[in-house]
Every structure is written in C-alpha cells, then in structure tokens.
Design a protein around this ligand. Structure first.
Ligand code: 13P
Ligand code: SF4
Length: 329
C-alpha cells in the first residue's frame, strides 16, 4: 500500500522531479546502467570517473545520485557540505560486498611492502584503508606512474586486476572479488552471437572474465565503450556490459545496431544489474521531495577515504575517454 509506486500514483513524475530539482537547487547525476527514464532526466550521465569529477565540481546544494551506494559515497566524500541522496539506500554492489573492511584491513596489514590500488567499487571504509583509488578508465594510466619495483596489491575485482596485470605486465596480488553481472556472460552464447553477426565488433567491460575479454575488439570503461561504438565504422556491435548503456548508444547512433551479450541461458536480461535497478523514477521523486535517503559517512573515515580519491583525481589523465554525445544533447 505504501510502496513508492502507490504513493506516486497519478503524478506526472517527470514534471514533479524537474520542479523539485529546481526548488532544491539539486543536480541529478546518473550512471549509464540506470533505466532509460532516469538517464533522460539526469543533468549528467557518465562512468564512475566522470561522475566523481562532476560531484567534486558541482555548485548545487543537493546531489541526487542515481547509481549505486559507493558512487554516492564518493560524491559525499568529495563534497561533504552537500546533501547527497540516493533513491534506494539498498543499491549496493557485489564487488563492495566481496570486500569487507575488516578483512581488507587485515590483508593490507599482512603485506606492508605493497602499495594498495583499489577499484572505486568498494565502501568508504575500504577506501580509508587504501593508497590510491582507480576506475576502469584511469587504472592503466595510474599503474604506469607507479615505480616498476613497487609491489602492488589490487582489490576487490579479480577480473579487472587480472586484465590490468596482463595489459601492464605488472604482477599484482589480487583480492578475490567479482561483479555478479559481468561474470555471467556466456562464452558459448557470445560465440554463437558472433557467428550470427559476422564482422560485428565485441566491446566489453574489464569486469568480465578473461574468456569473454579474449573475444573483445575493445575493452574499456562504460564511457570508453560508448566512445568506441560511436567512432567505429561498423554497423552492428555486440556489447558485453550491463545492457542499459545501450540506451545512450541508440540515442546517439540510431542507424547502428547494438546487441547485448547473453548470459548462460541465452537471454541478456539476466545481465541487468539488480542493484542499479533498485533506483526508480518513483524513488527519485520521493528522495527529492524528502531529501532522503541521505548518504552519511563518519568524518574520520571520510577524511581517510578522501586522500586516495584525491590521489586518483591528481593521477588521472585530464581527458579520460568521453563519448561525444552532442548528437543527443
Ligand atoms: P564504469 O562506468 O566506471 O566503467 O564502471 C562500471 C561499473 O561497474 C559501475 O558499477
Ligand atoms: Fe557492482 Fe557489477 Fe552492478 Fe557495477 S554492474 S554496480 S560492479 S554489481
């Protein structure tokens, strides 16, 4: 009876969200894995690095973050004076879940000579134990700035870590975490799809396991995948990442075809991120109306997590992959 859908029944959600956004002096930031209606109402859609930069630079009073909790936490760490709201506070991430802060702190303590590089997909408390944060768009560039004889510990994504290790030739100690979405892609089904679509390039996210990445013509962050398909001369693409990004591809290049890589049952719907899906237009409306759920982080943890995030921003190339979406602006 009190579900967000029931509470908001009969409302023009799009108009209400726009009205509240202006009344609250809010900015809506969204990740490419959000449902199309949320992407379309957002002020900015991007990958984890783009969204961190936007969150650090905005002069809005409220950041309505449509993504998962660790992303909203990054916004709060970088902009503590702002109110950061997340439509559904339960929007977590399997990578974050795979790396409990206490176990990670112990792991670090057991390897005192290692520098700790941590994928941004982790909790604020894990960031507080880390030397440098990376995202899939800046990790290679950041690793290249670390002296060759410096041992590296990488957490929490073992597939991204293994991919980076292969790409950079650096031997890294890997934490054993994975993304439940990207590890579901089926190699057998992908090969079947390639046979049915001869010549169609495969674009994959580095959170995929190596048996999927081995088939990829392009591997990169969500922004870099978007950039790749927009710049390529090919007409059909096989996309091995969360399928909601296809919304931006279809908007920017309606004459091209984008096919989501399937999971083991041959159905690509199983690769929708269940955490991202918790955010809905109804919950975004309620979050802007009530200014909750709010992200809060104990100040000592925030200050410790800020350092590795600032290092990341300093060490990132100024122009990480950014798709030209002027066609849909
Ligand atoms: P990027 O958008 O940074 O490529 O990250 C993908 C992801 O898994 C977000 O959870
Ligand atoms: Fe986490 Fe994977 Fe969902 Fe990204 S797609 S939020 S890594 S579970």
């Amino acid at each position: 009876m009190n579900s967000p859908v029931a509470i908001t029944a009969g409302k023009d959600l799009e108009a209400e969200i726009r009205r509240l956004k202006s009344a609250r002096n809010a900015v809506i930031l969204a990740h490419y894995y959000q449902e199309p209606a949320i992407q379309d109402i957002a002020d900015f859609v991007g990958d984890s690095l783009d969204l961190s930069r936007k969150a650090a630079a905005t002069d809005a009073d409220v950041i309505a973050f449509c993504g998962v909790r660790f992303m909203a936490e990054v916004a709060k760490i970088l902009s503590p004076e702002k109110t950061v709201i997340l439509p559904d506070i339960k929007a977590g991430c399997s990578l974050e879940d795979s790396c409990p802060p206490d176990a990670f702190g112990k792991f670090r303590a057991e390897h005192p000579g290692h520098i700790s590089l941590t994928y941004i997909n982790c909790s604020a408390a894990v960031k507080a134990h880390t030397d440098i944060i990376v995202t899939s768009s800046n990790a290679e560039a950041i690793i290249s700035q670390i002296p060759a004889d410096q041992p590296i510990l990488f957490a929490p994504d073992r597939y991204l870590g293994a991919y980076l290790s292969r790409k950079t030739g650096r031997d890294m100690l890997l934490w054993d975490g994975a993304c439940i979405v990207h590890e579901q892609f089926s190699e057998k089904e992908l090969i079947r799809l390639k046979v049915r679509n001869p010549g169609a390039p495969v674009a994959a996210h580095p959170e995929c396991p190596p048996h999927i990445l081995d088939h990829a013509d392009h591997v990169g962050s969500t922004s870099s995948i978007l950039k790749y398909v927009l710049e390529s001369d090919a007409g059909t693409f096989l996309i091995a990442t969360e399928p909601h990004i296809i919304h931006q591809m279809e908007k920017a290049a309606p004459h091209k075809s984008f096919i989501g890589a399937p999971g083991a049952d041959g159905n690509c719907n199983c690769n929708a991120c269940p955490f991202m899906a918790l955010n809905t237009m109804e919950k975004l409306y309620l979050a802007l109306r009530d200014l909750k759920p709010r992200i809060t982080i104990p100040e000592d943890i925030r200050l410790r997590a800020l350092k590795p995030l600032e290092r990341m921003l300093e060490m990132s190339p100024k122009s990480a992959a950014k798709a030209d979406l002027s066609a849909i602006a």
